[in-house]
Design a protein around this ligand. Sequence first.
Ligand SMILES: NC(=O)c1ccc[n+]([C@@H]2O[C@H](COP(=O)([O-])OP(=O)(O)OC[C@H]3O[C@@H](n4cnc5c(N)ncnc54)[C@H](OP(=O)(O)O)[C@@H]3O)[C@@H](O)[C@H]2O)c1
Length: 261
Amino acid sequence: MARRQLKGARILVTGASSGIGRALCVRLCQHGASVLATARREDRLQRLQTDCASLPGTLQIIAGDLTLDAHREAILQWVASQWGGLDVLVNNAGVGAIGRFDAAKQDRLRHVMEVDFFAPVELTRHCLPWLRKGNRPAILNVGSVLAHRAVPNKSEYCAAKFAMRGWSESLRVELAKEGIDVLMLSPSTTRSEFFDSLVDTDAQEKSRSLGSMSADRVAQLAVSALVRSKREMILSIGGRALVWAGRLFPRLTDRLLGKYA
Ligand SMILES: NC(=O)c1ccc[n+]([C@@H]2O[C@H](COP(=O)([O-])OP(=O)(O)OC[C@H]3O[C@@H](n4cnc5c(N)ncnc54)[C@H](OP(=O)(O)O)[C@@H]3O)[C@@H](O)[C@H]2O)c1
């Protein structure tokens, strides 16, 4: 299949104020794309815009909370009036939480599901008519290795990312006939602000992971997934090992994860 051209492509990126989303916006601008970047923190988006000003692409910003229908509609009004079509939607915004399920109240699950699942799903629903008018359209969902193998103490996050993966698989087949690609990128631990913004999480709770990737490396791999239309990409060797261990030796993996947690 021919490679997707990013030069001039109209790309909406959520969660653009920090981490993977920010790094991805910079890389897309380096490739000459036209980017619409969104997140809640407007000052961060303005700084990103300044940083991208000298790059070949263009970057516009629109600040707001993706869990609100009004913000999702504002984004789509912008897309309709300025672009009249959309080539790529990157559902990247996300939050996590750490801690035992039985120690949390229902608000934690609701918050994580709102940001990590319902917001991207409903944004996608709004975007579909405009993706249908796009060139070589694609939806890139940023999941997690924890969408493939769950671990203890992150039940809400695993549930949200599993939901995103199930929805992505279903949507991929539904949209295939229309030529809209649905791609899923599954990073492992990434150095970003993710662990500073955990929802309803005790400050003592720490994520236990072996190694991490830079947000820029994840962004580089995201660009490669887009250009090559890679339907599923688990980014790290450790992540792939966890997923395969879970499939081949599920009980042993449960025991090891139980001890490690
Ligand atoms: N870091 C990791 O270890 C890791 C591993 C696997 C997968 N991931 C996934 O990678 C994606 C990006 O995370 P990251 O590591 O780059 O974390 P990050 O630096 O914390 O970035 C998260 C982004 O999401 C935005 N966001 C959060 N809540 C929002 C809301 N209600 N409305 C609009 N935007 C919102 C944040 O912007 P504002 O706060 O300005 O709104 C921020 O731009 C997430 O989907 C995450 O699940 C991360």
